[in-house]
Design a protein around this ligand. Structure first.
Ligand SMILES: C[S@@+](CC[C@H](N)C(=O)[O-])C[C@H]1O[C@@H](n2cnc3c(N)ncnc32)[C@H](O)[C@@H]1O
Length: 233
C-alpha cells in the first residue's frame, strides 16, 4: 500500500510489514486501488500480459488477490501458488475464492524456495517497492530460476519514471535515506521487514532485472507512477 504523503511526515511510525497489512486487511479491497495511480485497471490489465500457454503461476505478495479476478476469467483452470507474510490478507483471498484450488503459503518470498523451472509465469503486484536493490536483485535471480524457459516475470509496481521526475534518482535516494533515518530514530536494529515505500527509478528496475539474468525486459504499461515491466529469459 503506498502512503506517499503520510510517510513523509517526520514522525512516521514504522510497523513490521506483516503487522501493517494484517491491521489493514479487512478494508484493503475497498481502499487500496483509490490510493494508487492506475487504480483497479492496474490489477485487471495484468492478465492480458500472461502468455497464451500459461497453466501455472506464482504470485509474490499476493495479498487479497485483486489481480486474480481477470486471471481466472482468462484462465479458469490456472494453478496459482501465492505467498504472503500477512495471514489476514491471505484469509481475505481465501474468502473471495472458496472454490479455487490455491496453494497459499504464509511466508516471506525473500526466504521461500521457489524451485527450478516450475512456473509459466511469476507475478509481483505492488509489493516490491518496499525493498532495496540488493534484496530485489537476489529475489529476481530466484524468480529467473523458477520460471520455465519460455516463461515470463511480470512486475506491476510503484516506480519512479524518469519522465515524471526532474531527478528520479535523487528522489529514490531520498526515500532510502528517509527509511534509514526513521529506523535509526525508532531504534530498529533487527532484520525484520518494515513497511516503508522505497520506489526505484524505472531505469534501475530494468538494470536489476538484467543483472539477475533476464535478457528481454520491457515496459508494457504505465499510469502515473504505476508501471508494468515484463521480463523474459
Ligand atoms: C500492497 S499489497 C499488494 C497485494 C496484491 N498483490 C495487490 O496488488 O493488491 C503488498 C502485499 O505484499 C505482502 N508482502 C510484503 N513483503 C512481503 C514478503 N517479504 N513476503 C511475502 N509477502 C510480502 C504484504 O503482506 C501485502 O499483502
Amino acid at each position: 500500500m503506498t502512503e506517499k504523503n503520510t510517510q513523509l511526515s517526520n514522525s512516521y511510525s514504522l510497523e513490521a510489514m506483516s503487522d501493517f497489512f494484517n491491521a489493514r486487511a479487512e478494508m484493503y479491497n475497498e481502499i487500496h486501488t483509490g490510493h494508487i495511480d492506475g487504480g483497479i485497471e492496474s490489477k485487471q490489465i495484468i492478465a492480458s500480459f500472461l502468455p497464451e500457454h500459461t497453466k501455472t503461476i506464482i504470485d509474490l505478495g499476493i495479498g487479497t488477490g485483486l489481480e486474480l479476478e481477470r486471471v481466472y476469467q482468462r484462465f479458469p483452470f490456472i494453478r496459482v501458488t501465492g505467498l504472503d507474510i500477512s495471514e489476514k490478507m491471505l484469509q481475505q483471498l481465501k474468502d473471495s475464492y472458496p472454490d479455487k484450488e490455491l496453494r497459499l503459503y504464509t511466508e516471506s518470498y525473500l526466504d521461500f524456495d521457489f524451485g527450478l523451472s516450475c512456473f509459466d509465469a511469476a507475478l509481483s503486484v505492488m509489493t516490491l517497492h518496499h525493498y532495496d536493490h540488493e534484496t530485489k536483485t537476489d529475489l529476481y535471480k530466484k524468480i529467473h530460476s523458477c520460471i520455465n524457459p519460455d516463461g515470463v516475470y511480470i512486475e506491476c509496481d510503484y516506480m519512479l519514471p524518469e519522465e515524471s521526475f526532474e531527478n528520479a534518482q535523487e528522489t529514490e535516494d531520498f526515500y532510502f535515506s528517509e527509511y534509514e533515518r526513521l529506523k535509526q530514530e525508532q531504534g530498529i536494529t533487527d532484520n525484520r521487514e518494515y513497511h516503508y515505500d522505497t520506489p526505484c527509478t524505472v531505469k534501475n528496475q530494468i538494470k536489476m532485472l538484467r543483472k539477475a539474468g533476464f535478457t528481454k525486459v520491457r515496459e508494457v504499461w504505465r499510469k502515473g507512477n504505476t508501471v508494468i515491466l515484463i521480463a523474459g529469459k
